[in-house]
Design a protein around this ligand. Structure first.
Ligand code: F3S
Length: 277
């Protein structure tokens, strides 16, 4: 069985930077990450061994420093850390920081902000928290209610960095065609679109596809959906232990890709096991 590995599989620039920053942090001080640094248990456990655990909020836990993960956080969190004299190790992906600045500035310039993404995703919660009034958050075109928008307003539109381009394009095109005054900045990270394009291309060439990453990771789930729609024999796994031999009966070529939070050693273990199969 031939194995075709996507070049773009695994850590993106922002996640690699955040993980490196967490491991480089001086853990002789009481340090927590705000939420898990990435959706990967092996990495989280390694950080635990270094003495760095995670908390969901800054409330009530004495600490010297807090690490902010690549997804970023609302502006209030920085103020709260400052009030509590907690040092911030800011591992927010620079591409996400750019969105924080964009929405903040455009709101001050009089725009209403439309944010395309999943309202429960930490990145969206973070971006929303850089506006005073809050954003109009749309998960998909079904949530776009034109009767709630006004042609007297100006709207600034951005999206979650890991969102599907087709969903964003559909909303932006609908708003434009309906004659609303919108300014759109494409904030989909190229790491995501490149990984998705490559996954699409490979899924079209193989008999089976393996997507490595956590079920909790939204970009992994999107990769899975894309591959599955092209190659029905697609499987999403956390690591090599989840591979099942039967999936590859009669398979001549298998494609492999991985979400942005999948470490390279996990990918290598999967490749080794596939070669054995
Ligand atoms: Fe940043 Fe793009 Fe990764 S926004 S965290 S480099 S997917």
């Amino acid at each position: 069985m031939k194995v075709l590995l996507a070049k773009s599989a695994g850590f993106c620039f922002g996640v690699k930077r955040a993980v490196d920053m967490a491991f480089d942090t001086d853990a002789t001080k009481t340090t927590y990450t705000l939420g898990h640094i990435i959706h990967n248990e092996a990495v989280i456990n390694k950080l635990h061994n270094k003495g760095i655990h995670s908390v969901e909020e800054l409330d009530n836990i004495p600490m010297d420093q807090v690490i902010i993960r690549a997804h970023g956080v609302p502006e209030d969190v920085y103020k709260e850390a400052n009030d509590k004299a907690i040092h911030v190790v800011d591992a927010t992906c620079p591409y996400v920081t750019k969105i924080h600045k964009l929405v903040n500035r455009h709101e001050r310039d009089g725009y209403k902000i439309i944010l395309i993404g999943d309202a429960k995703h930490p990145e969206i919660i973070g971006i929303n928290g850089w506006t005073k009034e809050g954003c109009i958050i749309l998960k998909n075109i079904d949530e776009l209610d034109l009767s709630k928008l006004s042609k007297e307003e100006r709207y600034f539109v951005v999206s979650q960095t890991t969102y599907k381009k087709a969903v964003v394009d559909e909303i932006v095109n609908t708003l434009e065609q309906a004659g609303y005054d919108i300014k759109f900045t494409n904030t989909i990270c190229s790491a995501t679109s490149e990984r998705q394009d490559e996954a699409r291309e490979i899924a079209g060439q193989v008999d089976a596809m393996v997507v490595i990453g956590s079920r909790l990771s939204s970009n992994t789930q999107k990769l899975y959906e894309i591959c599955q729609s092209i190659c029905p024999n697609t499987h999403c796994i956390d690591d090599a232990s989840m591979l099942e031999k039967e999936w590859f009966d009669g398979v001549e070529e298998v494609g492999v890709t991985a979400g942005a939070s999948t470490p390279s050693d996990v990918i290598n273990e999967v490749l080794t096991k596939l070669e054995q199969i």
